[in-house]
Write a protein that binds this ligand. Structure first.
Ligand SMILES: *[C@@H]1O[C@H](CO)[C@@H](O)[C@H](O)[C@H]1NC(C)=O
Ligand SMILES: *[C@@H]1O[C@H](CO)[C@@H](O)[C@H](O)[C@H]1NC(C)=O
Ligand SMILES: *[C@@H]1O[C@H](CO)[C@@H](O)[C@H](O)[C@H]1NC(C)=O
Ligand SMILES: *[C@@H]1O[C@H](CO)[C@@H](O)[C@H](O)[C@H]1NC(C)=O
Ligand SMILES: *[C@@H]1O[C@H](CO)[C@@H](O)[C@H](O)[C@H]1NC(C)=O
Ligand SMILES: *[C@@H]1O[C@H](CO)[C@@H](O)[C@H](O)[C@H]1NC(C)=O
Ligand SMILES: *[C@@H]1O[C@H](CO)[C@@H](O)[C@H](O)[C@H]1NC(C)=O
Ligand SMILES: *[C@@H]1O[C@H](CO)[C@@H](O)[C@H](O)[C@H]1NC(C)=O
Ligand SMILES: [Cu+2]
Length: 831
């Protein structure tokens, strides 16, 4: 028990959550206190309470180490009922630091540490690959960039799942950077039969490039290391006096007044063929640099694999561009430039960009916020790599390059979704200064799997969530390592009823309702300044929602008056430019099997004769069903004037009422790609042209984006448009749906110090559409039905049916920051 603000007296954090009773606080109002006691007594004598106590006593007996007080919730973490969970280790109330135990037993499971070690040993033993370990980062070496499980093709997986073949071989996708080769390249390898006679070969497919120009490689530690070794010292040596005069700070040997370097890659379409260039600029190295941008910028040509040949090209300073550093310095000496002068922020001036608490604090008394807990015990479980929750069963994997993928999502025993995954996160900026004009980030370069880490219980996910760790291999993180608290799973009461109805009349009265209870699978990635919260939400009605919320810091530029055209001046010297956030998702649905079709229900309006009233014509809406026969005819660009319902169904499974059983996809927030098709960076993210697109499943059309998207627009490694251009038939085929979410973000001063998730949540729903004959949530115990005892006298007592769910539970919410643990060891959060 730990985190009490000093002014709060708490009875060991254990108290009765009774209305008006303020939980162990010094309390002045006696009437409130006695009311509290009255509630306690009522509660103590409640029959349901006795049931609960019996459960508690039983559970205490199960776990002797846990001295449960009768007014305390059962800390479910200690009474996990299933054997597998116990195998994973009993979780301390603070936080589990146990590693997820995996043994590669399942077809969806990521590679285990042993498997990764085997692959690394095997590849390193091949002299022709000439590989070096990740501990000596240099651009002109050959090294393994990432390793991840290569999923067997869907045919095989499904045959394995239905028991008709034995387990497919374990295989891996490996990206090898070959900076030492001439010409240098990045190559995609398949390493197969990992646990047997292992082999490796370059992947060949016409669906993407697998032998990739080295200039398209994502930034790696090797490259950052070289920037720090070769470029920064050069800039500091030649222009250090400018930085000192302008900002009273330096990038090196700087003690307390330091400059941080930030970087924006220039996509290949904006520069001559065969070149690789990035813009760099300085920021004050304080909390937090991304909103502390300064005006000294320079473009570096990093085409050579020999970093000592990298060239500093254009320099931008004081709203002027100079063709080279020497020329800039001459002009600077000559006094023809209006020098920028920004004093290094004092302690006090630093505050606005920090997340330090502001005063006066709200509320003025540190009463705790409402919080959620699980009164009985956890109602879902996670076994190896599968989540079990009510009618849902979900496999998962965390791919090193792709992040969290949910696989084989079943409801009531039937697969509905084979794969649900995020494909790419993009931010496209504009602005006055040179780097903003070509600043487009595709965060895949940041290696999504490694960004899943460090979720904080109590803030990022509820304290009662279960956290999952992952072991992944990436060069940027020094090889194989554990990522703790990579994602979390929790059951959650939204307290928006999922359904309800209240009716009252002479014929009787009735109330029926279902609490808003869902399962959330959450991951959060931080890339540079931004944080994205990804939720996959599972509803008792058989629906799934995918949602992304944005937070973190703005990306900014140094303010010049011209920036008014592009964004908002958010501080004296800081402008935040308009930008467009885009997200791409893959949904591989299988509705009653793999042979599905895609139809739109087009809502139209027409004028028609009213056959019931002579001579009257009416305007009214009607529906035209349009079967989408091929990929190109199935691309969807939102049009306000022609609303559509997007239905995916199985034509071999028609309900007795004549409705094909199906699911539909409904997108809540879309953004249009405003740039011309094929222009610049847009060419690398051709998926963003469509709010939705549907393709026929092809094993090699696995992803819509790649590690290389930030750089490869001239010749995209994965070109999504190509998936569509072969215009395959979509009728009664295995269909994959690709969904773009997005929003333009026009920054505002309220985005200081950070942007918040409020108003930045984008989502789509995957909803049953005549799939069930009746809402499956009608079986939920979380529902209630209330009817009068006597239908003709509804005011004289009612009957409450709760289907057995324990109610009126009063106990301690299980919500704590892992405070004690963090004081001793904050590895899980910051590593
Ligand atoms: C892997 O674990 C599962 C259960 O978690 C077990 O049934 C299987 O035998 C294990 N496989 C190996 C190769 O250890
Ligand atoms: C198992 O799946 C495979 C591949 O989809 C299919 O060909 C086969 O008929 C299925 N077998 C059974 C027993 O369902
Ligand atoms: C890299 O370039 C520098 C300067 O041009 C040269 O001295 C050095 O030998 C080169 N290194 C390699 C490994 O080619
Ligand atoms: C730098 O730019 C100036 C002005 O365009 C030019 O005269 C000079 O040759 C350039 N120097 C180098 C080293 O490119
Ligand atoms: C420098 O500042 C003066 C006064 O504001 C302005 O008139 C002049 O145009 C500026 N020069 C440059 C090169 O921006
Ligand atoms: C939008 O839909 C309307 C009504 O069907 C149609 O007339 C119009 O051409 C469509 N606009 C575009 C851009 O396709
Ligand atoms: C319900 O109330 C009506 C009107 O008072 C009465 O006649 C009837 O017997 C009651 N029914 C039952 C089942 O109690
Ligand atoms: C801190 O925790 C990490 C796991 O998060 C563990 O590997 C490490 O040994 C711990 N360090 C200490 C000093 O306990
Ligand atoms: Cu934004």
């Amino acid at each position: 028990m730990s985190s009490h603000p000093p002014s709060r007296k708490s009875n060991n954090n254990v108290c009765l959550q009774v209305p008006n009773e303020k939980c162990g606080f010094e309390y002045e109002d006696d009437s409130v206190r006695s009311r509290g006691i009255w509630f306690v007594l009522t509660w103590l004598f409640g029959i349901i309470c006795i049931l609960l106590l019996a459960t508690i006593v039983w559970m205490s007996a199960v776990d002797k180490t846990n001295d449960i007080r009768k007014d305390e919730c059962i800390p479910h973490n200690d009474v996990i009922s299933d054997v597998k969970s116990q195998e994973r280790g009993k979780r301390s109330p603070e936080l589990s630091l146990k590693f997820r135990k995996t043994n590669g037993s399942d077809v969806f499971e990521e590679l285990t540490k042993d498997e990764l070690d085997t692959i690394v040993r095997y590849l390193h033993s091949d002299p022709s690959l000439n590989l070096v370990a990740p501990n000596k980062p240099a651009v002109n070496t050959n090294y393994i960039h990432t390793i991840e499980m290569k999923m067997p093709y869907k045919d095989e997986v499904i045959a394995y799942l239905n028991g008709s073949i034995k387990k497919p071989e374990r295989a891996a996708t490996v990206f090898i950077f070959r900076g030492a080769d001439d010409p240098p390249s990045v190559d995609e390898y398949k390493v197969g039969n990992i646990n047997g006679k292992i082999y490796a070969h370059l992947v060949h497919t016409d669906r993407r490039h697998t032998h990739i120009p080295f200039i398209y490689r994502p930034f790696s530690t090797a490259e950052f290391f070289s920037i720090f070794r070769y470029i920064l010292p050069q800039v500091t040596k030649q222009a250090g006096h400018v930085l000192k005069e302008s900002y009273d700070a330096l990038p090196m040997n700087c003690d307390k007044k330091c400059l941080k370097i930030s970087m924006a890659p220039v996509s290949s379409t904006f520069i001559p063929e065969g070149k690789r260039k990035s813009w760099f600029w300085f920021q004050q190295d304080i909390e937090f640099a991304s909103i502390r941008s300064l005006d000294f910028q320079f473009l570096v040509d990093t085409t050579s694999t020999n970093a000592s040949n990298w060239i500093i090209e254009d320099v931008f300073y004081a709203n002027q561009m100079f063709p080279n550093l020497t020329y800039f310095l001459e002009e600077y000496e000559r006094g023809s430039i209006n020098k920028t002068k920004i004093p290094f922020p004092s302690e006090e001036e630093q505050t606005w960009s920090t997340m330090k608490f502001r005063t006066p604090l709200v509320p003025d008394v540190p009463f705790r916020a409402p919080r959620q807990f699980e009164p009985d015990q956890r109602r879902f479980k996670i076994t190896d790599n599968e989540i079990h929750y009510m009618d849902w069963k979900i496999h998962f994997r965390v791919s090193t390059t792709g992040g969290l993928h949910l696989m084989n999502i079943r409801f009531a025993g039937e697969r509905i979704i084979y794969e649900l995954s995020m494909q790419e996160v993009v931010v496209m900026y504009g602005g006055n200064n040179p780097y903003s004009k070509t600043m487009n980030y595709a965060d895949g370069a940041g290696i999504y799997g490694t960004r899943h880490r460090g979720l904080l219980p109590g803030v990022d996910c509820p304290g009662h969530a279960e956290f999952v760790n992952n072991y992944l291999y990436s060069y940027n993180e020094g090889g194989g390592r554990m990522y703790e608290n990579a994602f979390c799973v929790f059951e959650f009461n939204t307290h928006t009823p999922i359904r309800r109805h209240r009716a009252y009349g002479r014929s009787g009265a009735l109330f029926g309702g279902l609490e808003g209870i869902v399962l959330v699978v959450r991951s959060i990635i931080s890339v540079l300044n931004y944080d994205y919260v990804f939720d996959y939400i599972f509803y008792p009605v058989g629906a799934v929602e995918a949602k992304v919320s944005m937070t973190g810091y703005l990306g900014t530029t140094f303010y010049f008056p011209e920036d008014h055209l592009y964004g908002t001046r958010i501080h004296e010297h800081v402008s935040a430019p308009l930008h467009n956030h885009l997200f791409h998702f893959k949904v591989d649905m299988d509705i009653k099997g793999r042979q599905n079709r895609y139809e739109t229900l087009n809502i139209k309006v027409r004028q028609e004769e009213d056959q019931w009233v002579q001579g009257r014509t009416v305007h009214q809406a009607y529906v035209v069903r349009e079967l989408k026969e091929t990929e190109l005819s199935a691309t969807y660009k939102y049009n306000f004037s022609s609303p559509k319902v997007h239905v995916f169904s199985n034509n071999n499974d028609i309900s007795p009422l004549g409705n094909p059983r199906g699911y539909r996809i409904q997108i809540q927030k879309m953004a249009k790609q405003l740039l011309p098709e094929g222009y610049g960076f847009e060419n690398a993210i051709s998926w963003s042209r469509y709010q939705m697109a549907v393709t026929r499943y092809k094993p090699e059309e696995d992803r819509s984006s790649s590690l290389f998207t930030m750089w490869d627009a001239r010749e995209p490694v994965v070109n999504f448009q190509k998936y569509l251009d072969d215009d395959d038939s979509l009728v009664d085929e295995d269909l994959v749906t690709w969904i773009t979410l997005g929003t333009p973000h026009f920054p505002q001063t309220e985005n200081l110090p950070t942007t918040t998730v409020v108003g930045t949540q984008l989502s789509f729903h995957i909803l049953p559409f005549n799939y069930f004959d009746e809402d499956p949530s009608m079986r939920s115990r979380d529902a209630v039905r209330i009817t009068p005892l006597n239908a003709t006298r509804p005011l004289e007592g009612a009957n409450v049916e709760q289907y057995g769910a324990l109610e009126n539970v009063q106990c301690v919410p299980w919500h704590k920051y892992p405070m004690e643990l963090l004081k001793k060891n904050s590895t899980f959060l910051f590593s």
